[in-house]
Design a protein around this ligand. Structure first.
Ligand SMILES: [Zn+2]
Length: 643
């Protein structure tokens, strides 16, 4: 069930005409005005049919709790099918709505239920205070859990404990001042250059992840044929078109290669696990994530899709023979992962329910080695982001730790060094006690055009899970000891990197720069545009040399040259060369270089095909992975995927 609660000065509605599934109602109930209500807009969903009575009880609890908080005098139940794309049958919907009305009446609440299945006009005035608009989702699966029907009870209930811990953790925020001091957030003076840090801090303190406006990358991901929503899947599971799949694969290649260079070994572990496994059961309590659960053996909901590669790798490590000589031991997986994020938090590629997470774990001998490795990985992550296309100006650093960790040994100096590497003030969060499995973590957070922050790279020092999973190594004296474990995602989710690149391009456009993707990720790096058909021979002649090392295509469509140039611009093609008689005669190309052009003035250069090839390789590729063009090099042969 999807619920949208609005605390209103009043609501007035009129049932105008029946739909096919309208319930019969008395004439006097067709037109109502209710003062000072909490209006609950409700969509009853298909899943609710599994356990209607649970859904009714739970919805009544929510409505009562919110009306208590906002001190509403009465409740209006308003059927609103548009909140969901997976509606229950009309019979169940009416049954659940009536049930809800009865339960609320039985609890002495003044309640009005608007008729189901009618076209209604309505007017309402929302009060506009912070709690006046709230959304909730109730699922019947939780109901099965609440009744102790199965082990996923544990999963779901425990999950909420972990999420609760996150909400309850008492933390103090500071900023670094560049001189080794932590400054309270009230005393910190933001300069103009700290605007993104300010936005990041606002986002952190409000903890409001809901999407209220559509971020600019959503239009871009569609127009550039990168990715799109898939209406036939669960929200947050995207489809990727050839260009998007290509960009994603290239990013994956790059992260995988870099992590291998860094010394990690790659593994693959299952994406699905049983919540009944003793280590996992315990772990779920400690990891604040929302799982996709599903039916397992005997129809009991005891399986869930992994939200990270941690447990697969930990279970593997627990059975390995590890010597102190193997440490620090780095294990890596490019892990498709699933998190049932709240519906209202999903938008475009920023936050997904299915994503690809580069996930590396490092087993370290002791805390000293863990801290040293943490510092190295901090630098490693900065390097990875910079090679992908983000400078430290593009992200805000958060360092989070327990007070105990900070006060110990030389850790203050460590924090100071890490902040120094960012070259600008960073956000510090200090916890009074350890609520989580880690004592220190950092993230690099991208702040988008709407002021929303999301983490790219992150590393955590985990002091719990070696014990929980029984992971041990043999030390110099033959004793078996527990390692300290680092969790690292060098780039963050691959899809999120694409989101951040698109948002960054949008922000640059706003600042008067022609938007583009980094050259190494651009599906087409060079476009050749023949002035007339007779120039195609020359183009075909130079293509074989170019095609193996850079991505070049030919706009051989039956369009005007000016339209082709415009389209290349709309596609953000970095190098565009128009080929006419002059070029054929001089055996050169006259190239427009997007990165050095602006709206008013285009930067052009004349060079031979092989000079251009060397230039593109020097600027873009260097030691980056290369993949060939993901579509036919002839534009006339390409189908359109969007629009
Ligand atoms: Zn992990």
């Amino acid at each position: 069930m999807q619920l949208l609660f609005i605390h209103a000065d009043y609501i007035e509605y009129e049932a105008k005409s029946k739909t096919r599934v309208a319930e019969d109602i008395a004439a006097e109930r067709r037109n109502e005005r209710i003062e000072e209500p909490l209006v609950a807009f409700i969509a009853v969903e298909r899943g609710d049919e599994q356990n209607p009575s649970y859904v009714v009880e739970k919805a009544a609890d929510e409505a009562l709790s919110i009306s208590g908080q906002v001190k509403a005098e009465r409740i209006v139940l308003y059927p609103y099918a548009h909140l969901s794309s997976e509606l229950a049958s009309p019979e169940t919907s009416v049954e659940i709505l009536r049930g809800l009305e009865e339960v609320l009446l039985a609890r002495d609440v003044e309640v009005t239920r608007a008729p189901f299945g009618w076209y209604k006009s309505f007017t309402l005035r929302c009060k506009g205070h912070p709690l006046s608009e709230l959304s909730r989702k109730i699922t019947a699966l939780e109901g099965a859990d609440a009744k102790g029907a199965a082990a996923a009870t544990a999963a779901v209930e425990q999950k909420s404990k972990a999420l609760e811990a996150e909400e309850k953790a008492i933390s103090h925020f500071f900023f670094t001042d560049g001189q080794g001091n932590l400054v309270g957030t009230d005393d910190f003076e933001f300069e103009d250059k700290d605007e993104n840090l300010r936005k990041f801090f606002m986002y952190e303190s409000e903890k409001r992840r809901e999407v209220d406006r559509i971020p600019p990358h959503v239009e871009l991901m569609k127009r550039l044929e990168i990715a799109d929503y898939e209406p036939a899947s669960d929200p947050g599971n995207m489809r990727f078109y050839p260009k998007g799949k290509f960009i994603k694969s290239l990013l994956e290649d790059y992260v995988r290669d870099s992590v291998a260079d860094y010394g990690a070994v790659e593994v693959e572990t299952p994406i699905m696990y049983s919540a009944l496994h003793p280590s996992l059961k315990d772990y779920l309590e400690r990891f604040p994530a929302r799982q996709y659960s599903m039916l397992g053996k005997g129809g009991k909901p005891d399986l869930f899709l992994r939200f990270a590669a941690c447990f697969g790798q930990f279970l593997m490590s627990s059975e390995m023979s590890i010597s102190y000589k193997n440490l620090p031991l780095k294990v890596f997986e490019l892990a498709p992962s699933f998190r049932k994020e709240k519906r209202g938090e999903l938008v475009g590629l920023r936050r997904l329910r299915k994503f690809t997470m580069p996930d590396m774990h490092t087993l370290c001998r002791d805390m000293n080695e863990a801290v040293a490795e943490f510092e190295k990985q901090y630098g490693f992550c900065m390097h990875i982001l910079s090679e992908i296309g983000f400078s430290p100006n593009d992200y805000e650093v958060a360092l989070r730790f327990t007070k105990e960790f900070y006060d110990e040994g030389t850790n203050k100096a460590l924090i100071d060094r890490l902040a120094g590497l960012a070259g600008k003030p960073v956000l510090i969060e200090q916890w009074d006690q350890r609520f989580f499995y880690f004592v220190l973590k950092f993230e690099f957070n991208f702040v988008d055009a709407l002021g929303k922050a999301s983490a790219l790279s992150t590393v955590q020092i985990d002091v719990e899970n070696a014990e929980r999973y029984g992971i041990a190594y043999t030390d110099t004296d033959g004793a078996r000891k527990r390692p300290i474990i680092l969790h690292c995602s060098p780039s963050g989710a691959i899809e999120r990197c694409i989101y951040a690149l698109l948002e960054k391009a949008h922000l640059e456009k706003e600042a008067g720069i022609l938007p583009m993707l980094p050259l190494w990720l651009s599906p087409t790096q060079l476009r050749l545009i023949p002035v007339a058909e007779r120039h195609l021979d020359y183009i075909e002649g130079i293509l074989p040399e170019l095609k193996g090392r850079i991505r070049v295509d030919v706009d051989d469509r039956d369009e005007t040259v000016s339209k082709k140039i415009r389209d290349a611009g709309r596609e953000w093609v970095p190098y565009v060369a128009v080929v006419g008689d002059k070029e054929v005669e001089s055996q050169t190309l006259n190239v427009t270089i997007r990165a050095e052009s602006n709206k008013k003035q285009q930067k052009k250069a004349e060079m031979t095909a092989s000079e251009l090839e060397e230039l593109i390789i020097a600027v873009a590729i260097k030691d980056k992975p290369f993949r060939p063009l993901p579509l036919s090099y002839k534009m006339s042969e390409r189908a359109k995927f969007t629009g």
